[in-house]
Structures are given as C-alpha cells and as structure tokens.
Write a protein that binds this ligand. Sequence first.
Ligand code: ADP
Ligand code: MG
Length: 385
Amino acid sequence: MNTLFERLYGHEAQAVYFAPGRVNLIGEHTDYNGGFVFPCAINFGTRLTIAPNQDRCLRFRSVNMEPVVELPIDQCFAPLPDRCWVNYPLGCIAQLATLAGGLPMGYDMLFEGNVPLGAGLSSSASIEVVTAYAFSCLLGKNLSLIEIAKVAQHSEHSFAGVQCGIMDQFVAANGRQDHALFLNCDTLEFMQVPIRLDGVAIVITNSHSPHRLDSGTYNERVRACQKAVECIRKEKEIEYLAQLSPEDFARVQHTLTDAELLRRARHVVSETQRTREAVQALQQGDLNTFGLLMNASHRSLRDDYEVTGVELDTLVEAAWQTAGVLGSRMTGGGFGGCTVSLVREDAIEAFKKQVSRVYTEKTGLTAEFYIARTSDGVHIVRNAN
Ligand code: ADP
Ligand code: MG
C-alpha cells in the first residue's frame, strides 16, 4: 500500500490520466463570441487515478477539494448542490454513461491538481477533460479529442453552471508541447503554431486576489455580447460579434446606442483582429510585435471589457515598466487570477523583484510567479494492464 490511491481505496489503481491547464497568450473573451484564441497547454494540470470497484458506485476524492462524494451508478446523474467540485467531472461521466447505455460498474477516483484553482489557468477544463477522456477510454467509446472538448464544455454549462466558450476544454484536449493553438471558436478549425521563444520565457503571475470573475459576472458579459449582436442585426446579419472586421464594426457601431454595449462589442472585434496579427507576428519570429499586441489586449480588457481590476492592472503596469519585458496582459476570465508576460530569461529575477514590490506596496497582496512550459494535451500516463 504505497501510493495515495492505494492507501485511500485499499486496492490498486488501473490507470492514470493527465490533462493540462492552459495559459491564453492572446484572444480573451472572444471564444464565446465565435472569435480567435491563442492559448497553449501548460505543464500544470490535473491527474486522475482510477480503478473499477465492485460496489456499483462512483467515489470522488480530490487532494485539492472537500468533500469526498459517493454516488450509486444505478441512478440518473444530476448536478449536486452548493457548487460542489464534483459537478465538473460528474457532468462528463453523465454524458459518457448515456453514450454507453449506462455504466457497467462503479469506479474509485482520485484527482490531483497542481494548477492553482480559480486562478484563470483553467483547472476546471483540466478536471473535465481528464475525466471525459478517461471514461471515453474505459467505456470503449474512443471519442475524438474534439468530441472530448465538447463533452467537457457541456459539463461546465449544464453541471457547473458557467456558460463558457470552448477554448479551455479544446486546448486541454488538443494542446501540443512547444506549440500554441490558434483556434477559430466558431468553426473549430485550428492550427498548431510552433513557439520559438529563443531566450524569452512565458511568465505567469498569480495575483492571489480574492476577487475573481464569478459565474454571474461571466454570464453577464456573455449576455451583453448576445444583446450587442441583436442590435447590430438591424443593420447586418451576423451570428457572432467576432464575424465583424474592424471596418464592418465602424459601419454598424451606431446601432449600439448603449455606451457600455458599444465598449463590450469593440473589445471583441479589436481582440479578434489583434489575435490574427499576433499569430502572424509569432510565425515571423517577431516577438516584439507580439508583445505590443499583448499590451493592447490588456488595455482593451481594462477599458472596454472592464474585467481587469486594480490587482491585475497593477501587475501588468508594473511589468510594462520593467526592462526585458516584451509584453504583459491579464489572462483568463479576469478580475483576479493571473497575468501572462513574455520576459527575457536574463531579466526574470529583476522582473519578479520589481513586480512583487510594486504589487505588495499598492495592494498589500503577495504575487506568485510560475515559469510555464508548454505541454501536450490530455493523455494516459500509466495503464496497469
Ligand atoms: P479555473 O478554471 O480558472 O481554475 P474555475 O472557477 O473555472 O477556475 O474552476 C475552479 C473549480 O474547478 C474549483 O473550485 C473546483 O470546483 C474545480 N476543480 C478544478 N480542479 C480541481 C481538482 N483538482 N480537484 C477538485 N476540484 C477541482
Ligand atoms: Mg475555469
């Protein structure tokens, strides 16, 4: 009885799976607007260790969250109350069980995450995707990675109650080491773009801010964008805001008489364009332009989409003032959570010192730094059979 799984469950594991978290380099709040995003999967994620049991129940344990939950498999799975963490994996299992015509047996599960939870690095997608992938394999359904992403997104909508776009789940499933993923969230066409950073690191800074984008505020932004689409339709037939080029937007923006809606829509349109340009810059090895586009992305999220807040703004503005920083912006949903910066490797220590000092002086909080490496998407780590 050596491993944690064996100590907790009293028997051996059958298999171990891993799905990564992600950092979005640019293209924020565009995914549910049919726009482009440009994230990469990172070397922090969620591991699922699993084995069948003879008790016809699902047992959920996490080293990161309480409570331990046990559910009989001979029932219809429904979301649990009080925003229980189990809803994220359970919504995936419910769909796979339906596809398989029911679960043939129970399973003991242990989740272990090293993505900071709720920090905008998508621990939620990593726990969903690892679960969807594991059950797709265990039940012999062998879904494609795109189908896995859709199952995971549906779980977040219907069991966790967050109307998120497809980006997080898509990259947790399809990410590739040394690449960022350029995804069209409308058509799901995607391209793996090699990242050659040559002496530059992707530094993630965790604000550890108590404020974060809750599901209510997130869903409010989703609704604002839907409302903007309805207004613009009086003038031009569109399904999503991101279908508008900046020129189209200039022609139809008078339909947005509400100043707030205008700002929200302007962010989506300009961010979609910046994401296109950023991918081109990276393909040409032009990291300076990439960095400037990241900075412009942050300003748009701060001024037009209004999802930054004093903590993220302080971190980003301190980064902009630091030598050796090519670009810096908030990443993820916003308010609290993390920033992402491109920093020359020889400037990382000075960056940490400067940003920490300014941040603590202004907010009283302590920033934490991670140097992100890119990672592959969901995969099996070990199979006992
Ligand atoms: P983010 O995806 O940015 O980390 P979310 O609020 O979308 O933040 O998701 C965080 C939630 O996901 C946690 O509060 C928890 O319910 C669930 N979760 C993620 N990873 C784990 C884990 N390893 N164990 C248990 N729950 C997890
Ligand atoms: Mg999430």
